[in-house]
Design a protein around this ligand. Structure first.
Ligand SMILES: NC(=O)c1ccc[n+]([C@@H]2O[C@H](COP(=O)([O-])OP(=O)(O)OC[C@H]3O[C@@H](n4cnc5c(N)ncnc54)[C@H](OP(=O)(O)O)[C@@H]3O)[C@@H](O)[C@H]2O)c1
Length: 253
């Protein structure tokens, strides 16, 4: 059942992609440009955005941890376009972390970027979230349930899942679409540093295709690759003792 309106065409749609300088965000921005959307791209690295999208997209460098800067970016885009139809937050980071390697400053930085950053973005685009527009966050299948070595990242992504669900419920009556994007492992600069095996790893282009297709068919949760995300969904239905046993066996941790 479609929980959001379907999108039949991207032609002329005004889409703001935050976290577009690399990885899944960059691949999604490129795909939407190919489909005829008007795209604004944001991230901290102005040079990378310019190199990749200069001349094709509206380049608006911004840091999601800077609420005021994001508001100014949103105003600039809305002034240029007369509104924003869809805003997607890809800005995020991951670091392996277990309790005995925990660094509180790192925890704060991860939560500030992954979770508070989404609130900052929401605050910036709130004035433009009218009926027919949409807002989406990129969480992770790692937010479904606790995992070892994922102390701060997992908690930040679980928070994003909750945020998207709350937003959908609140915005439903106002006609604003809300998207929750939960990727499994995707080949990007973020995962290039991982030393552990990543099951069902997919290229960033495939992730972008899944995201765009999910929005087109009006999905609320867009999760992929399905074989992996469905397996994790099933695991999370198990009683704790079985869930913990399976996760320990699969991860070896
Ligand atoms: N790759 C995976 O397997 C995977 C799996 C599940 C979920 N995810 C999630 O998907 C999202 C995209 O990840 P990715 O794999 O594509 O990683 P990536 O290639 O490292 O992309 C992260 C993007 O976020 C931007 N960013 C980082 N800090 C920012 C800040 N303070 N303000 C604005 N932009 C910022 C980066 O640009 P700048 O550094 O230029 O700012 C970059 O454009 C993340 O939220 C990640 O947690 C990824």
């Amino acid at each position: 059942m479609a929980l959001n309106p379907r999108v039949a065409s991207w032609q002329g749609r005004r889409v703001w992609i935050v976290g577009a300088s690399s990885g899944i965000g960059a691949a999604t921005a490129a795909l939407l440009l190919d489909r005829g959307a008007r795209v604004a791209v944001a991230a901290r690295s102005a040079g990378a955005l310019q190199e990749r999208f200069g001349g094709r997209a509206l380049v608006v460098p911004a840091d999601v941890t800077d609420a005021e800067g994001l508001r100014a970016a949103a105003q600039r885009i809305a002034a240029e376009w007369g509104g924003i139809d869809l805003t997607l937050d890809f800005a995020g980071t991951y670091r392996e972390m277990r309790p005995w390697t925990m660094d509180l400053a790192e925890v704060r930085a991860i939560v500030e970027l992954n979770l508070v950053g989404a609130f900052n973005l929401l605050d910036a685009v709130r004035p433009y979230l009218k009926s027919g527009t949409g807002f989406g966050v990129v969480a992770s299948v790692a937010g479904y349930g606790g995992l070892p070595n994922s102390l701060a990242y997992g908690a930040s992504k679980a928070g994003l899942i909750n945020l998207a669900q709350s937003l959908w419920l609140d915005y439903r009556a106002r006609g604003v679409a809300v998207y929750l994007i939960n990727p499994g492992f995707v080949e990007t600069p973020l995962t290039a540093k991982n030393r552990f095996p990543m099951p069902f790893l997919i290229p960033a282009d495939a992730a972008a295709k899944a995201i765009v297709k999910g929005v087109e068919r009006g999905a609320f949760e867009i999760h992929f690759p399905r074989r992996f995300s469905r397996l994790l969904k099933l695991l999370n239905l198990l009683p704790d003792f079985l869930y913990f046993r399976c996760v320990r066996k699969f991860t070896g941790l």
